[in-house]
Design a protein around this ligand. Sequence first.
Ligand code: NAP
Ligand code: ZN
Ligand code: ZN
Length: 350
Amino acid sequence: MSTAAAYAMSAPDGSFEKVTVERRALGPDDVLIDIKYTGICHSDIHTARDEWGGAQYPCVPGHEIAGIVAAVGPEVRKYQVGDRVGVGCLVNSCGKCEPCLAGEEQYCATGATWTYNSPVAESVQPGGYTIGGYSTQIVVGESFVVAIPEGIGLDVAAPLLCAGITLYSPLRHWNAGPGKKVAIIGMGGLGHVGVKIAAALGAEVTVLSQSLRKRDDGLRMGASHYYATSDRETFRQLRGRFDLIINTVSADLPIDHYLRLLALDGTLVILGLPENPMRVTGRHLAAYRRSLAGSMIGGIAQTQEMLNFCASHGIGAEIELISADEIDSAYERVVASDVQYRFVIDTVSI
Ligand code: NAP
Ligand code: ZN
Ligand code: ZN
């Protein structure tokens, strides 16, 4: 057993404070990682504020982890001390069910173990639930650790561990590429990485943002078109336009309005996870044989594929680096859609 410094919230309406957490002793397959950078995902906020229910306190979020291997267990084969590595949203799964065998561990039939706020045995994490990456160190089994290729800075790689794979996976699944018109709703942490990846895959990318405030950035990142959803004309002009629409918005949206922007056989994929259910009108789906779908992060092998793809296309997240004592104010700015485009905690400050 070892200890690490971390930042934790002690109640849904609390603020972050420095704490000491325990990390398990290295098992044979375990990797001890010195965390260098951790991204702030909107899911951290949903969890820390208990917007989804079931949050455990003290709550240490953080599932966009980039760091350096500090020690390895005796049976670790893939990593050595000094390697650049990442950990995303998953730290374990059953390894035996159909989704796990297909490399889709995030859909494990018995429930994957998430990087934070997931129930586990005391021997896995003292306290009985997982403790995330707003911390100086973490211990993770080697099969849930990925290699961060040379060529991407660890700071801009960190957000790829959740935002990157969450966009890469559905873009690949629904064949975003040359000849495909793809719209990304929401130019936030997920959305901006989605614009870069979809453009690198060769799709024609449109951003649907609340305003035109971030238009220049969107076009620079690879979008061909940028529309404000606050303008009703946008919905009239773009009706029937897209093969694929990816919704990254963290708040409730009038989904019907967006369904009508899909072309024949088009798919609208829900990634954003606001707390309330959404309303969908059947006839907007039935018209043009449209599909409404969802997607959750991606498997470990695909996360590695995504990192390699991003490295070869020069893709990293656009970040604002902060110190740990700025997490509370960063949360406020994320909720206000005022981040360019991902806050990343420099763990030197923890
Ligand atoms: P984020 O950085 O806060 O970005 C969300 C974006 O949504 C904002 O930048 C904003 O874009 C838009 N938005 C916010 N409030 C809005 C409103 N009231 N109406 C319309 N648009 C609004 O959040 P994120 O980290 O990208 O995460 C987004 C969502 O995805 C969260 O719900 C998160 O929990 C979820 N998520 C899901 C998965 C998954 O596997 N499915 C993985 C990670 C995160 P504009 O300023 O451009 O309008
Ligand atoms: Zn996330
Ligand atoms: Zn499984």
